[in-house]
Design a protein around this ligand. Sequence first.
Ligand code: S3P
Length: 196
Amino acid sequence: MIYALTGFMGCGKSSIGREAARLAASCGAGILHFMDLDAVIEEREGRSIPEIFAAVGEPGFREIEREALLDVLSAEANSSDRKNTRQTLLSLGGGTLTDEGSRELIRKHCRCIYLRASIDTLVENLSADGIEGRPMLAGTANGKDAAARTQALRKRISELMADRAPIYESAAGHIIDIDGLSYEDAARLVLNSFSL
Ligand code: S3P
């Protein structure tokens, strides 16, 4: 079974996914393979996500992302231990589900878990992380001072979330509200959702 973690940039998909895999191993719940789709894309392409966006723009990136997703799903389907109870947790990119083809692949082959965060949490996390490496947020760094940059970031997140929230919600079989949760708490909820 492949569990796909979705949610907006900065909600902690990769950190929570990694933590869930660590917890599964440490509490004897069995092996949970963790994969990060952005890392798969960078490895496959031999260049970073910002370099891909600079070369082919968002539409080109979505095609590359869909092909990488297809590769991951095919490799999982052909995996030698597929007959055993292999479980994989795949962290998607924040925009993967905006592509119809990728959405369909995930709908057919994965159980999707949405890590839902409020705009306030996303602004806080992304301000702390920095937006370098996140081309979809480029431009919000141009404000003249920190307050203007935060305001631009909030506006951009709100615009993207207006389109994406319904997509995340309709793709997800399970939603976890992560505001105020530690990575470990959120990871435990991810593991609990597996029994659904
Ligand atoms: C994107 C999210 C990024 C990465 C790319 C596009 C998006 O992944 O796939 O920069 O459109 O939201 P993270 O959500 O892991 O930052």
